[in-house]
Design a protein around this ligand. Structure first.
Ligand SMILES: Nc1nc(=O)c2c([nH]1)NC[C@@H]1CN(c3ccc(C(=O)N[C@@H](CCC(=O)O)C(=O)O)cc3)C=[N+]21
Length: 282
């Protein structure tokens, strides 16, 4: 078997085309969707990601402002900035780029964001609503994965989804979204015994641990759909968690890195911001 490669980059283009039209329609009604992104510190990779988010926003005609601070910015200053953006009627979405410097309490910051502007879907209110299947902002990477599966025509209902990784950003929420779609879900992590036995049972395998080549052909069931969420820098090059060359001989569907999940993450951020702007003005 040789896997069909799911290019998130292409799907992202297509969806962003639809979002661009949506933004134009909103502009005609006098609504200007706007995203505010905050970044603290000088990590070059993080800076390049947030610029990517701003560029993607502007490309669909959406306003995005970027607030960049150095690592001396205090927790209180950040909380004050967030309150200001919470109050700003022109701002529909607030994203604080993670990770934050050590001296800032991440959870406190996430909880300071108005849930109505929580386009990352990280606020406990958003997480709780997702868990109980209520309408809310869905976290961008997990939502992007669900859309990729849907558009590729991969059946989720009744299938065994195995999640490798249990982060609050990806592993836990993607498992919840798959459960909401009636998959049978197994979470695996660093303490899982007989890991290979687990991953080999997966009809849908989601790999989100941040270790290059942690998964290769022998860990994959013949015909599985494999979604690689890894974002690793190896010799300056972006690479995922799955050994792509061997995996594509066994899987029926496989996502690449780059051009896989990453572009879908940004697309879902744009989507959430537009949805927020629509709700604001109802
Ligand atoms: N509050 C917050 N929300 C996030 O959503 C968030 C975050 N913090 N911190 C960091 C991670 C990482 N992340 C990525 C998004 C897009 C690509 C992406 O588009 N990657 C391109 C390539 C980019 C490149 O070449 O460097 C691709 O995979 O094709 C990657 C990584 C969002 N994150």
């Amino acid at each position: 078997m040789t896997a069909e490669i799911i290019y998130g980059s292409e799907l992202a283009q297509e969806i962003r085309g639809e979002l661009k039209e949506e933004v134009e329609r909103l502009h005609q009604t006098g609504v200007r969707p706007k995203l505010s992104v905050i970044i603290i510190g000088d990590d070059p990779a993080s800076k390049s990601y947030v610029r990517g988010k701003q560029k993607a926003s502007n490309k669909i005609g959406m306003d995005a402002d970027l607030w960049e601070y150095d690592s001396s910015f205090t927790e209180q200053e950040l909380l004050d900035k967030i309150s200001e953006l919470n109050e700003d009627k022109e701002v529909h979405g607030i994203l604080v780029q993670l990770p934050l410097p050590e001296h800032i309490d991440e959870q406190k910051v996430i909880e300071a964001i108005d849930p109505a502007k929580d386009v990352d879907g990280f606020h406990p209110i958003s997480v709780g609503k997702m868990m109980t299947g209520q309408d809310t902002f869905l976290p961008c990477t997990p939502h992007g994965i669900i859309v990729m599966l849907e558009r590729a025509g991969i059946q989720v209902e009744g299938k065994h989804a195995v999640i490798l990784g249990r982060s609050n950003l990806v592993g836990k929420p993607v498992g919840q979204l798959l459960l909401n779609k009636n998959a049978t879900v197994t979470y695996c992590h660093s303490r899982t015994e007989n890991l290979q036995e687990m991953t080999r049972q997966a009809d849908i395998l989601i790999v989100a641990v941040g270790r290059p080549s942690i998964i290769s052909s022998e860990d994959i069931k013949e015909g599985a759909a494999v979604i690689d969420v890894g974002v690793n820098r190896v010799d300056g090059k972006l690479t995922g968690d799955v050994d792509f060359e061997s995996a594509k001989e066994v899987a029926s569907y496989l996502t690449p890195v780059p051009k896989g999940v990453g572009p879908m993450t940004i697309t879902m951020l744009l989507y959430n911001t537009i949805e927020s702007a629509k709700k604001f003005n109802r």
